[in-house]
Design a protein around this ligand. Structure first.
Ligand code: AMP
Length: 190
């Protein structure tokens, strides 16, 4: 099977991370979570980590230039060329979507599908408060959800316009949602 290049979108708390792990296991692609990359930089105490930490704790977005650089470096590696990639948490802004399209184009690739795991705001808020992560204060959750509606939700139209959007109902057990996700990928790539 050809290597897949996918984006997974969804509000924070939508189960994107869980579905991403299952997808990478099923399709053998590299999981590129920009949130995980930033958390690793924070844990390692790098310059990037120091810059990112307060931004992440406040629920704001790290700058597009920094994020585009991280993704550009990672997409250029051999394992992505061979196995494909699932981008999780990126793109989050229109600028990032444009940068992604540009970098894939330079590498001679394009996206196969953008999945949207759709879970209502009330449900994701309850889920996030329950997971107890240090950056999951009620205030930070509220700000992240607002930013998502403002900056990231418009990307759904961007992907739709390119014929890449696959919407999946994200309410249900992880197994149920995964079945829908796989069906949506197969439908979209034809
Ligand atoms: P996540 O695990 O995807 O929810 O990301 C955790 C935090 O990392 C976010 O709240 C942002 O502060 C930052 N972050 C992750 N990915 C991005 C991105 N693509 N653009 C900007 N900030 C990001």
């Amino acid at each position: 099977m050809a290597a897949l290049r996918m984006v997974i979108l969804g509000r924070q708390g939508s189960g994107k991370g869980t579905q991403s792990e299952r997808l990478t296991a099923r399709f053998g692609c590299v999981h590129l979570s920009t949130g995980d990359a930033l958390r690793a930089a924070v844990a390692a105490g790098t310059e990037l980590g120091r810059q990112a930490k307060s931004i992440m704790d406040s629920g704001r977005l790290v700058g597009d230039d920094i994020m585009n650089g991280i993704v550009r470096d990672r997409l250029g590696r051999d394992d992505v060329a061979e196995s494909g990639v699932l981008l999780d948490g990126y793109p989050r802004t229109a600028d990032q979507a444009d940068a992604l399209e540009a970098v894939l184009g330079e590498l001679g690739h394009r996206l196969d599908v953008a999945l949207n795991i759709d879970v209502p705001i009330a449900e994701v808020t309850a889920r996030m408060l329950g997971r107890g992560r240090s950056d999951d204060t009620a205030e930070a959750i509220g700000r992240r959800l607002e930013l998502y509606e403002e900056q990231t939700a418009p990307l759904l139209d961007w992907f739709e316009g390119r014929g890449l959007l696959a919407a999946v109902d994200g309410v249900g057990s992880p197994d149920e949602v995964f079945e829908r996700v796989v069906a949506a990928i197969e439908h979209t790539r034809g």
